[in-house]
Design a protein around this ligand. Sequence first.
Ligand code: AHM
Ligand code: MG
Length: 334
Amino acid sequence: IPDSLLDRDCTTLSRHVLQQLNSFGADAQDLSAIMNRIALAGKLIARRLSRAGLMADVLGFTGETNVQGESVKKMDVFANDVFISVFKQSGLVCRLASEEMENPYYIPENCPIGRYTLLYDPIDGSSNVDINLNVGSIFAIRQQQGEDLDGSASDLLTNGDQQIAAGYILYGPSTILVYSLGSGVHSFILDPSLGEFILAQENIRIPDHGPIYSTNEGNFWQWDEPLRDYTRYVHRHEGYTARYSGALVGDIHRILMQGGVFLYPGTEKNPDGKLRLLYETAPLGFLVEQAGGRASDGQKRLLDLIPAKLHQRTPAIIGSVEDVKLVESFISDH
Ligand code: AHM
Ligand code: MG
């Protein structure tokens, strides 16, 4: 049978997660169930995206504005609800915190037994949806500290090393799920005919240096001088190439595979930049570090930062060790 799947050992995501979780003891079953639920959410979102333009109610805006002051797209709402409904009956997760919700969503029937919190960005880069380009979902799992009786979720305001797992799903020509449970980074491709995520690459290593620099250079005059100097350096030296899609997950995926650096620095108007720490940059920083790369806010390690609030923003410089260090050196030398 000319089926390339048969040529491989065809490891599914659920099997892989169970192998990864050997060292997690009693928590292994729970975490594997959570990962399976995330994969299910990814499949539901991928299916919907693949019909964008064919179905009513996939493209365009809802007319609402979210807590971030951004116009909400129909896909943002759909994807946010997919994660909620997938986790409602799981019994595992007591709270979900998302870019699209001002406060965490509590699942009282799962509390207090559901000992985990899922943090996620349901559709990252949603401006790409309407033009049929790639978007992604980002997720992180944290253990809930205490019972959060006052509903303030203040126990989530801790550093990124508290993440038990993190990953993203990239909805591109194929749907790819990349995750880490703290021992390496692994990627899986969705086979739509099987409905399974199949292992593509285990223990991904990001090159120590790469050619890509990925940033919105339209903000050049909004940046601080060190960032402008770095950009001038890149312009004057051979071997760099610019790639920026406006959707973080795809841009980071490219850098994870090929090396280089992604930058979303602060601007004059927004000194903390645009990207949010808890469900965007900390999960991606966790992954890139697990792959041997580096993630910082320009001065400090991203995973050391402690957010002041749930939707805290932070500048982000993420990628190959040497390239991130080079950006940092422009900042510290100034
Ligand atoms: P979103 O989650 O509301 O889509 O915003 C995050 C996105 C990232 O995917 C991307 O890196 C960035 O915003 C692009 O912003 P800009 O258009 O300012 O370059
Ligand atoms: Mg986002």
